[in-house]
Ligand binder design. Structure first.
Ligand SMILES: NC(=O)c1ccc[n+]([C@@H]2O[C@H](COP(=O)([O-])OP(=O)(O)OC[C@H]3O[C@@H](n4cnc5c(N)ncnc54)[C@H](OP(=O)(O)O)[C@@H]3O)[C@@H](O)[C@H]2O)c1
Length: 333
């Protein structure tokens, strides 16, 4: 099968499209003929060798995808050949086929195309886990999302509004301000040119945000500790700035605030049943609330490296997608 292959961690240009052995499923896995994959920040970090999990080499990058089930393991129930599904794994999606554990798979609604199905899993799912399960965001609270133009960020803005919060988004470039307002944010701050702390305080009559979802880390995270409300919750979710911040515990004490970690992959693996339940709830919410991933760039599988570079250029908004043509020899009935 055709796949993007990483044989050496480091520069993204080390990755090559190759003819790679097709995966063989175990009794608990399903085989998916790929149609679309979402490109995320973590895919690039993993290939750089900078992610917390380092797969054995060689490996096929790509954490999320969607396609059609072509084979099921002997112990798999609830999924059938020809089902349209999405999956969330750590790697394997940038290929014509993938073998993935059945508990990573969710059926996608007939109304949802493969690109939406694939991107949903690494944008709305982590955002919902963070806002609902971890931070218990309540109607009427103020939510600040840093990195609000990205895959997880734009999903968090939409979910925050659906959950009844006042949403403040923060971005690093002026041209993204109106786009994030279009996702429903009540206010948008450019944290590269304005003081995040001062602007959030201004917008909340000095109180600060009740819940802060931080995807940037570094200097931006440092400011969140200074603009979180008394009894607020700060969610640590990503470090796109490249600096993992240190937390001054005195500020946590003074604000009576909580710092909450979210690692979707670890949570899913430990509690697949809770993960299924969350995905089900999210699917219902998506249908009611009309959630829709914004896809700013689409590439073919052959251009997967270009897609990853484009994501890292920060020129993208929402998600980047690879459209994958099924293997010519494969017949899906
Ligand atoms: N913990 C979890 O379970 C989990 C799950 C999914 C993702 N994540 C993490 O969440 C983060 C966001 O993921 P994503 O897929 O949404 O990424 P993304 O689509 O690339 O968006 C990230 C945003 O970060 C900003 N950014 C990028 N590079 C930056 C830099 N060098 N300095 C400052 N800001 C920068 C960009 O916003 P501007 O252009 O507006 O500055 C970009 O829109 C990543 O760190 C990812 O690994 C964590």
């Amino acid at each position: 099968m055709k796949a993007l292959v990483c044989r050496q961690f480091g520069d993204l240009d080390n990755l090559r499209i190759e003819d790679f052995p097709a995966p063989v499923i175990t009794p608990t896995q399903v085989r998916v003929s790929m149609r679309a994959a979402g490109v995320g920040f973590m895919d690039t970090l993993m290939a750089n060798g900078l992610y917390q999990l380092k797969p054995d080499l060689p490996y096929v990058p790509g954490a999320v995808g969607a396609g059609v089930v072509t084979e099921i393991g002997s112990q798999v129930t609830g999924i059938q050949v020809n089902d349209r599904v999405s999956f969330l794994n750590y790697f394997g999606a940038f290929a014509e086929e993938v073998a993935t554990e059945a508990h990573t798979v969710v059926k996608i609604a007939d109304s949802m195309d493969f690109a939406q199905g694939a991107t949903f899993r690494l944008s709305y799912t982590p955002a919902y886990l963070a806002l609902k399960t971890r931070a218990n965001l309540q109607p009427g609270e103020v939510l600040l999302v840093t990195g609000a133009s990205g895959g997880v960020g734009h999903a968090a803005v939409q979910l925050g509004k659906l959950m009844g919060a006042t949403v403040i988004g923060s971005v690093g470039r002026d041209e993204k301000i109106d786009i994030v307002k279009g996702f429903g944010a009540d206010h948008v701050i450019n944290h590269s040119t304005e003081s995040l702390k001062d602007r959030v305080k201004e917008l909340t009559d000095g109180r600060g945000a009740d819940v802060i979802l931080d995807l940037i880390g570094g200097d931006v995270f440092d400011q969140t500790l200074r603009c979180v409300n008394f009894l607020g919750r700060i969610i640590v979710m990503g470090f796109t700035s490249g600096r993992i911040p240190q937390i001054p515990a005195n500020l946590v004490l003074l604000k009576n605030c909580s710092i909450l970690g979210v690692f979707l992959g670890g949570w899913m693996t430990r509690d697949p049943a809770a993960s299924m339940k969350l995905n089900q709830e999210l699917a219902e919410l998506a249908q009611k609330g009309g959630l829709h991933t914004h896809i700013s760039h689409r590439f073919s599988l052959d251009d997967a490296v270009k897609a990853m570079h484009t994501l890292r250029s920060r020129d993208t908004v929402g998600k980047v997608v690879l459209d994958i043509a099924p293997k010519a020899t494969q017949e899906i009935q």
